[in-house]
Design a protein around this ligand. Structure first.
Ligand code: PXG
Length: 289
């Protein structure tokens, strides 16, 4: 089905939604993006995604030519124009076309792109049985090289780790940071449960601060659980009672093994399933307020 794509203030048929081959988004991966879900006609946790988009842009000195309020309205218009009740929204902001060189002062016209489409979900089998993880040899970007907190168009680091996952016969890979600590997966954050306490690596472990991560931490707290952001190593995962991933596409997915070593019972655990249930309730609401 042909989509209406938002491009710089206008909805155009997807065949006409084009950017220049001189765009620094293409030439250098110079830009930022967001991936957001639409559930039951509502764009899920849109404010949180918009905040992260503008923070990512600020971090790379990219000025988005429209305000967050205008972006919010443009997302709603694009979702409506495409009749998406349950689906996916991709926001992309590129640096714009420029000279063949790295100098951002020689670029102009950042491109603002919003795509609304349906989404291919992970097979139900993964939710029922959980996911085996492998550890990628590719580590997460060093924070002093390119902060993992920026959701930039430069995803090669994660793509290389994802290749390791698929080569290893699974769909996600654990990425360690430059200190050998657990960071996150290629497109998902990671959590463990030990003696009823929910734990996840902190920001300074070199992670993208996932919106789903935030939602699950908040839901767990509201349900009376203790939640801690702590540095962890693979050892903590091996000895955890439960382990799961969070992400826009994944929602909440149980992890049943790491590098062939069984975690907990080797099946999706009860707290993981409870949190998935609470998360799915939240998707009906659309936001916390
Ligand atoms: N870590 C990384 C490195 C990510 O890219 C997450 C964690 C989870 O964050 P959210 O906010 O989604 O809970 C991500 C998110 C895509 C795509 O199309 C990628 C993500 C999200 C949506 C779509 O590749 N990554």
């Amino acid at each position: 089905m042909s989509r209406q794509v938002y491009l710089n203030g206008q909805l155009v048929p997807q065949e006409q939604a084009m950017v220049s081959v001189f765009d620094h988004g293409l030439l250098y991966g110079d830009g930022v993006f967001e991936g957001i879900r639409v559930y039951y006609d509502k764009v899920f946790l849109l404010d949180e995604h918009i905040d992260r988009l503008y923070e990512s842009a600020r971090a790379i000195r990219l000025e988005i030519p429209i305000s967050p309020e205008e972006m919010t309205a443009a997302v709603a218009d694009t979702v409506k124009a495409n009749g998406i009740e349950n689906g996916y929204v991709r926001l992309v902001i590129t640096r714009g076309a420029g000279a063949l060189g790295l100098d951002i002062r020689k670029t102009s016209n950042p491109q603002v792109i919003i795509i609304a489409d349906t989404i291919t979900l992970y097979p139900q089998e993964i939710y029922d049985n959980g996911l085996p993880l492998i550890t990628a040899s590719t580590i997460r970007n060093h924070p002093a090289a390119l902060s993992p907190r920026i959701k930039s168009l430069n995803y090669l680091n994660n793509i290389m780790a994802k290749v390791e996952a698929t080569d290893g016969g699974t769909i996600e890979a654990l990425m360690l940071n430059h200190k050998g600590e657990v960071a996150e997966c290629t497109g998902d954050n990671i959590f463990i449960i030990k003696k009823g306490v929910l734990m996840t690596p902190p920001n300074d472990a070199g992670i993208l601060e996932g919106v789903t991560r935030y939602a699950v931490m908040r839901l767990a707290e509201e349900a009376g659980m203790e939640v801690r952001e702590v540095a962890m190593t693979k050892h903590d995962i091996y000895v955890a009672d439960e382990c799961f991933l969070t992400g826009t596409a994944a929602e909440v997915i149980a992890v049943i093994s790491l590098d062939g070593r069984q975690i907990g019972s080797g099946k999706p655990g009860p707290i993981t399933q409870k949190l998935l249930g609470l998360f799915r309730e939240l998707t009906k609401q659309g936001s916390f307020d």
